[in-house]
Ligand binder design. Structure first.
Ligand SMILES: NC(=O)c1ccc[n+]([C@@H]2O[C@H](COP(=O)([O-])OP(=O)(O)OC[C@H]3O[C@@H](n4cnc5c(N)ncnc54)[C@H](O)[C@@H]3O)[C@@H](O)[C@H]2O)c1
Length: 366
């Protein structure tokens, strides 16, 4: 089992517990150390509840004391802190699993470029939504031309959290209420949609036209619309919102091809719906004649027993463990499910150009 440490991700965070469970679901990792929180009591409570043996008051102390005992460190702190931690871990040659988005700005991408060496370092971003088996099935079907020529793609991630916050946590956290040139909503939600669009199309957009709005009491951008154009002729559409009542996490993917369209909704993740040019509609799930989703990994329990968010996260952790096997054996990293610096850089570039477009009220080249 690979030995992990967590920086951030305490019991009172959003992302921490899903990472903790997903990392251990298939016995590929164990969490042996942590600096989970700057709040001493929360830090201690997290290590105690999760039975993590080595606890540190600061992440710097953790790195110093544990760097030779670990296989990788998972970064689960607020996004604005990622860059400083990544640079320090790269300098110490420690493999990194970083929550999305990798960083907050193009300037931070440049800062990482100065220390990051693709041949020497292991740096992956946990883009968890493509861990869903049905999203992987859809990727496979698009690549096999089952939808025909792709005409347009529509992705949306509307949430209600700035008007009706979830009751289980303190939300929004202070750091989520500070926008940089790329607004926090784009870093929070847009990073996922950039990833999913690329994951499915294997193409980056070349132009963006974006409009931003602010509807909530917080005086930050909380609703973003983007139109995208691709060199292949595909048109794209992205909607992000934190002010869309009724949507807990309304992640939707719609892909329209010349032969068929496909629809996937995160809150019903085991089903994928197709509509064909014949007029016929089909819904497939793990029990259907599937080509990717029949992998035993995606069938921890047989079809009809729902799997969801945590299992999809665990699928990604499995892929990352396989890539770590390759990394430590000096074998080429070849997973089609694990994404690194270059992809994150393209994502931040898209979100930056979207801000430029919103500012100038015009289409912007990416
Ligand atoms: N993939 C997903 O679905 C998903 C969901 C939520 C958040 N995220 C990402 O995860 C990251 C964290 O988001 P969150 O919502 O969990 O944030 P959060 O504010 O809920 O939690 C952040 C955690 O970091 C800890 N922390 C802060 N400063 C620290 C320091 N100096 N040392 C150690 N720990 C420190 C906090 O105590 C807390 O435990 C962000 O980058 C976010 O984009 C991803």
């Amino acid at each position: 089992m690979y030995k992990l440490a967590f920086i951030g991700g305490s019991l009172d965070s959003i992302a921490g517990y899903p990472h903790f469970i997903a990392s251990q679901m298939d016995r590929r990792f164990e969490v042996v150390a942590g600096a989970f929180s700057t709040q001493q009591e929360t830090n201690y409570k997290t290590a105690t509840q999760w039975k993590v043996p080595a606890l540190y008051d600061t992440w710097q102390e953790l790195v110093e004391k544990e760097k030779n005992n670990l296989d990788a460190i998972v970064i689960l702190t607020p996004t604005p802190m990622h860059c400083t931690i990544i640079i320090e871990l790269l300098k110490n040659n420690i493999p990194i699993l970083c929550e999305k988005p990798l960083v907050s700005s193009l300037q931070e991408i440049e800062a990482i470029k100065k220390v990051y060496d693709e041949k020497k370092h292991f740096l992956v971003v946990t883009n968890n939504y493509s861990g869903y088996p049905m999203v992987r099935e859809l990727q496979h079907k698009i690549a096999n031309d089952e939808l025909g020529k792709i005409l347009h793609i529509r992705l949306k991630m509307p949430q209600e959290s700035f008007l009706r916050p979830p009751k289980s946590i303190k939300y929004p956290q202070k750091w989520r209420l500070k926008d940089g040139f790329i607004p926090m909503i784009s870093l929070d939600l847009g990073a996922h949609l950039h990833h999913l669009a690329y994951f499915l199309l294997q193409e980056e957009p070349s132009k963006v036209m974006a409009t931003y709005a602010s509807f909530s009491q917080y005086n930050v951008i909380d609703d973003v619309n983007m139109m995208l154009e691709y060199k292949s002729g595909i048109k794209g559409n992205i909607w992000l919102s934190k002010t869309a009542l009724g949507n807990r996490n309304g992640l939707h993917i719609e892909v329209y091809g010349s032969k068929a369209s496909a629809l996937w909704h995160q809150e019903n993740p085991e089903q994928l719906e197709f509509s064909y040019s014949s007029g016929q509609k089909t819904i497939i799930d793990r029990g259907s004649d599937v080509e990717i989703t029949n992998n035993p990994l995606y069938n921890r329990m047989t079809p009809g027993h729902p799997a969801g968010f945590i299992e999809s996260f665990a699928n990604l952790y499995n892929d990352i463990a396989n890539e770590l096997d390759n990394f430590f054996n000096d074998t080429k990293l070849d997973s089609k499910y694990v994404y690194s610096f270059e992809h994150a850089k393209n994502g931040i570039n898209l979100l930056h150009q979207a801000s430029q477009s919103n500012k100038n009220k015009e289409w912007t080249h990416i």
